[in-house]
Structure formats: structure tokens, C-alpha cells
Write a protein that binds this ligand. Structure first.
Ligand SMILES: *Cc1c(COP(=O)(O)O)cnc(C)c1O
Length: 401
């Protein structure tokens, strides 16, 4: 890049699409076009004094890929730019990132408040794992901020939410919950997978940490797992870094490289998938065999106003309830030709899941119904196929119900 006074030399002046192609790049002595893949576990030092200074933290540099790798660094810088975050760390999976974000903020005798409509693994961490280590948790209905206020205790250190939620795409008011958490001296962590960093910026709405499963839209092509935690220099460079460094749930450089290439096309993919999702939501909303649809930017969404305020678009997922319960839901899934039956999301391939019998099978029926997981509920992750083909596929499958 030239060293002129062009304001675009500062990546913060670039739009997201530009940041995600160029952001954070560190070229080696060969001036390669594409990001270099540094597949190395360790690093050598020119002399002992250099090693000593590096380990002391007196000079910058890398000393071990458990917590420092140049390819991972490029990914972190690119994501931090997109998110408007001061700092970030990479993890082996979304669950490793969420677990690190939660564990970095609490210790024995602390208390966590979480919205109960959570991704299965996140709910397990908050509800089952944390109490084993002496951290109590209260799960509430996150749709009304008053429920957070009512659940706060003097020892509440963390509030954890996901919005839109899996699988019913309900929303939590990030700004309102951040204000409540901070008034009680607690921190707010937001799992931002469903909205993506393109449609929702939790840190700007008051969140302290934001987490991603990079496995989803960031890779977006079903290849690798990865996770990210982003936030202030203080929080990320402090406990989050220490946890990563000392316990090692690290992102591999190879996966980081795949995710970097995913980021280059993420805006294009997510925009196309969202356009299709909007059309599919409209199609389903008018269909006589559909009881209800769930899509944040659809006027039928009970939190439509909040969705418009908090998200710049309505996500790549559409959930809906087919009339006739589980039998009808199974018939629909089995009659599809293009859309796959699977449980991933954010992928180039469209994916239909029946949460009651898969991702939410472990919960009691009561807990499922509390989370809106009815027998006829289906979650569609809209992919990159031709939109008309997707609608034809669903239309045919519905004719078989
Ligand atoms: C997938 C997902 C996770 C977990 O991510 P993995 O990469 O599968 O470990 C966490 N939260 C949400 C909302 C997810 O969709």
C-alpha cells in the first residue's frame, strides 16, 4: 500500500467489505498477495537476550502458537476492525470461545444471569458446568429486560445472552440489558452468531464481550471450527488472554487461515443468504400449512420494533412452525431435494433442522416448550442456492405434508 495521505490508508475509514479483504494483512519478505499460513508451533530467537526480553514482555513478538501466531493475528485484527473492538482472541471452536468468555469473568461464589433461550452448549456451560465450580446461575425469559433486573443479586458478575436466539429467533434488548448489568456491577457477554458482526454490533450497544462461533458464517462453507472473543484491551488482554495462554483452547493457524479466506466473501454470502431468507419468510408467511413464521425483520415478529432498532437486517435464518406437529415436520424435511437435513448454520448449503428431536432432544419437554421448541418447529439456515430453487423445494415439500 502507498504511504500517501489517502484517508483509506487507515482501515478504520474503510467499509466492512474492504476491511474484510485487506484488514490486518502482514506480508512476509516475499510480498505474497494472499495471507501467509504460518503453520508453526514455536519460534526461534536470534540470541538469549532477545528470548529473555520477549518472555518478559519488553519487546513484541511471538513465542508459542498456543497464544501467539501471525496467521491467527491477521484474523484477529480483521475481526476486531469489523467489530470495532480494541482486541480479540481466537479459540478452537465457538464453545471454547463462549466457555473462555464466561470463565474469565467469574469465580466461585459468583452468580450468572442468562437468558434461557441459548444454543445447547452455551446453556450447558451456564446451567450445568458453572455450578460444579461454585458459580450459581439463574436462567430467565430474556425477551423482557425486567426479568434481568429481577434476577440480579449482589454477587452477579456476569449476564450472558444470545440474540436472535436459537432456534426461535427471539430478541433480547442488548442496550437495556447492558444498562441493567452495569448498574449492578456485572459484565455483559453477547453471543452474536445469529446476527453476525455485519448486522449487529453488541459492543456499540454496551456489551463488554462479544463471542462468535466462526464455524458458522465466518467459515460459511462447512470446513473448520473456530471461535472468537472480542472486547476492550483490558478485558481481552487480561483474563481472556490468561485463560487462553494457560489452558490452551487455541485456534489452529490452519483454521485461522481458512477463516480469513471466509471473511473475504462473508458480506457477499450473508447478503445473498439474507435476501433469500426474506423471500422465503414472505413465502412461508402466506402458506396455509404454516402456523407461524419467526423472522426478526418480518412485520409479524413480536419484537419487530426492537429488531429494526438493533439489527440492520434480519439474519440468514428463518424458523417456522408447520401445522400438524412432528409428523408434518418430518414429512416436510423428507420431501426436500436441495435443502439438507443437518444442524449446522450459516453455511453455503441450505440446512433444515428439527430442534425438538436433534439439538434440543436433551431438554425436558417442559424446558423445550419454554424455549418455544414445539413439535412442528423447523429452523432453516438459508444458503447460497438459487432463491427460486429454494422456494420450489419448500413448496414441493409442503405439498407432501
Ligand atoms: C454453533 C454455535 C455455538 C458453538 O460453536 P461451535 O463452533 O460449534 O463450538 C455457540 N453459540 C451459537 C449461537 C452457535 O450457533
Amino acid at each position: 500500500m502507498s504511504k500517501s495521505n489517502n484517508p483509506l490508508n487507515d482501515p478504520r475509514n474503510q467499509a466492512a467489505e474492504t476491511q474484510l479483504v485487506h484488514g490486518g494483512i502482514m506480508r512476509s519478505q516475499f510480498n505474497e498477495t494472499s495471507e501467509a499460513l504460518y503453520l508453526t508451533s514455536g519460534y526461534t530467537y536470534p540470541n538469549s537476550e532477545h528470548a529473555e526480553a520477549l518472555f518478559k514482555g519488553d519487546i513484541p513478538g511471538h513465542n508459542y502458537s498456543r497464544f501467539a501466531n501471525p496467521t491467527v493475528d491477521v484474523l484477529l485484527e480483521r475481526m476486531a476492525l469489523l467489530e470495532g473492538a480494541e482486541d480479540a482472541r481466537g479459540f478452537a471452536s465457538g464453545m471454547a470461545a463462549v466457555t473462555a468468555a464466561v470463565m474469565s469473568q467469574v469465580r466461585a461464589d459468583d452468580h450468572i444471569v442468562a437468558a434461557r433461550a441459548l444454543f445447547g452448549g452455551c446453556r450447558y456451560v451456564v446451567e450445568e458446568f458453572m455450578p460444579r465450580w461454585g458459580v450459581q446461575s439463574t436462567l430467565i425469559d430474556g425477551r423482557d429486560p425486567k426479568n434481568f433486573e429481577a434476577a440480579m443479586r449482589p454477587n452477579t458478575k456476569l449476564v450472558f445472552i444470545e440474540t436472535p436466539t436459537n432456534p426461535t429467533l427471539e430478541l433480547v434488548d442488548i442496550r437495556a440489558v447492558a444498562d441493567i448489568a452495569h448498574a449492578h456491577g456485572a459484565r455483559l457477554v453477547v453471543d452474536n452468531v445469529f446476527a453476525t458482526a455485519l448486522y449487529q454490533k453488541p459492543l456499540q450497544l454496551g456489551a463488554d464481550l462479544v463471542t462468535y462461533s466462526a464455524t458458522k458464517h465466518i467459515d460459511g462453507q462447512g470446513r473448520v471450527l473456530g471461535g472468537l472473543v472480542l472486547g476492550s484491551k483490558e478485558l481481552i488482554g487480561g483474563e481472556v488472554h490468561t485463560l487462553l495462554r494457560q489452558t490452551g483452547p487455541s485456534l489452529s493457524p490452519f483454521n485461522a487461515w481458512v477463516l480469513l479466506k471466509g471473511l473475504e466473501t462473508m458480506p457477499l454470502r450473508v447478503r445473498q443468504m439474507t435476501e433469500s431468507a426474506v423471500r422465503i419468510a414472505d413465502f412461508l408467511a402466506g402458506h396455509p400449512k404454516i402456523a407461524r413464521i419467526m423472522y426478526p425483520h418480518h412485520p409479524s415478529h413480536p419484537q419487530y420494533e426492537l429488531a429494526k432498532r438493533q439489527m440492520t437486517a434480519g439474519s440468514t435464518l428463518v424458523s417456522f412452525e408447520v401445522k400438524g406437529g412432528q409428523e408434518a415436520a418430518f414429512k416436510l424435511g423428507n420431501a426436500l431435494a436441495v435443502i439438507l437435513i443437518s444442524n449446522n448454520l450459516g453455511d453455503a448449503k441450505s440446512i433444515l433442522s428439527h430442534p425438538r428431536t436433534t439439538t434440543h432432544q436433551r431438554l425436558s419437554e417442559e424446558a423445550r416448550l419454554e424455549s418455544g421448541v414445539t413439535p412442528g418447529l423447523l429452523r432453516l439456515s438459508v444458503g447460497l442456492e438459487n432463491t427460486d430453487d429454494l422456494i420450489k423445494d419448500i413448496d414441493y415439500a409442503l405439498s407432501q405434508v
